[in-house]
Design a protein around this ligand. Sequence first.
Ligand SMILES: [Zn+2]
Ligand SMILES: [Zn+2]
Length: 297
Amino acid sequence: MSNRRGFTDYHVHPGYSIDAAPVSIDEYCIKAIELQLAEICFTPHLEVDPVRKHIDWFVRWGGKVHQMDDWRWLEQYFADIHAAQQKYYPDLKVKAGIEVGFEPGYEKQIEMILSNFPFDFVLGSIHCLNHIAISSKKECPGYFMHKNGTQVARDYFTMLEAAVKTGLFDCIAHIDLYRRYGKPYLGNSVKIIHQGYIERILQFMSDHKMALEINTSGLRRGLNDLHPSITILETAVQQGIKFYTTGSDAHSIDELGKGLDQAEKILSKYSLSITTFTNRQPERPERVDKPTHSTIK
Ligand SMILES: [Zn+2]
Ligand SMILES: [Zn+2]
């Protein structure tokens, strides 16, 4: 337990996300204090692809499932966050984040939502290729069965590059998500298909002071590894990325904080420190070289 002191979980799905357990923000905060986390940042899903409206565009609140584009849920979400911030400070810092499933062509809609609410942290994610969720064990065969490594890489990284270049996101979540379920279809090539794409994407992220997430969900979902792979993390370091968040991608209370010790360990190995965010600005709360340019984004 004590080894979790000071860790930060910056990828947590509260009960608003319909693919998560119906756990309240308050319950997660109590658990976070038990685990001695320093900060928790909630990141409910925001999905924008109208092709998947009947699958993804739902949120749970007030004991019911609502349409995601009934934006009252975000008002309720911020009310929950503010209540938790007051209740648990200084034992725990509570941040309001969101995880946006990127889909090209819907940048304006994403921007509208992000500019209307005072988020602390915005994660950008590629969950779907050809409108199929490669993040879903059930759905992903519908995509992977018809693709080879070259095609997967082209589809995934073209979309990732577009996402990064929108400038809408503070951090990229699980940057090599195709590894989660892609290996049975792609074999060992899954380890190398990023080559030729990831370098310039990471360079762009570095130039624009974007953060990269160390996501521990792969440790629990059959991958037995973190996102990103060590190879990709080493490339990120070489390309000069300075900001790294750590997140469990918890969809239930027992997943909160899982694997953060391993994420921290890997960051220390490369002399990197954990970044936190307030009002969408990166901070370095503890130790290591504090930059003087603390307001950069
Ligand atoms: Zn995700
Ligand atoms: Zn997530």
